[in-house]
Design a protein. Structure first.
Length: 177
């Protein structure tokens, strides 16, 4: 199953959910609230207070935990039947960081084996089999790439919390004799 996640410094975005890139960790279950993730004996909840800017999102486990939230939200929509669910991740990094960090970001998700977690009492078991990283604005355009190919021009704008990326796509038609 392919799951696309834009790992912004301000927000995490998936096909079905957008949430602030912030979380709280606890050793005990929160007394109330929803969106509670349990992983490796710790309890995590989302926060409206975002994580301070991180150029390298692999510096600690916070963006990995946010990824588990994103995967859990997507699995709610899909209701997979396989166990563990084999996940192919498509992730995005800002273009300015892509060249130096894309490989490290891909490897950040791989080699972890079967991952078991619960979200709001629902158990999930996943295996991340692939992780492909794209520049964020390109990643935003890929789901509609076939439509873009039918247009003579398109402008793709990825507006983040503190950044904006612009890509101009011009479809070139080659005529051969």
């Amino acid at each position: 199953m392919i799951i696309s996640i834009d790992h912004g410094n301000k927000q995490i975005k998936t096909l079905h959910r957008t949430f602030t890139s912030g979380l709280c960790e606890s050793d005990t279950h929160p007394p109330f609230g929803r969106d509670v993730l349990i992983y490796n004996g710790k309890y995590y909840t989302l926060s409206d207070q975002r994580i301070p800017y991180m150029r390298d999102k692999t510096a600690d486990e916070r963006f990995f935990i946010l990824t588990l939230f994103a995967i859990g939200f997507e699995l709610r929509w899909i209701l997979p039947t396989e166990n563990p669910v084999r996940v192919q991740l498509c992730v995005g990094l800002p273009p300015a960081h892509y060249g130096t960090l894309y490989k490290k970001f891909e490897e950040y998700f791989l080699g972890r084996g079967q991952l078991d977690f619960q979200m709001d009492g629902v158990p999930y078991s996943i295996l991340i089999t692939e992780a492909e990283c794209f520049p964020q604005a390109y990643a935003a355009a890929m789901p509609v790439f076939q439509k873009l190919q039918q247009l003579p021009k398109a402008i793709i704008v990825d507006i983040g919390g503190c950044t904006a990326f612009l890509i101009k796509y011009i479809h070139t038609i080659y005529l051969y004799d």
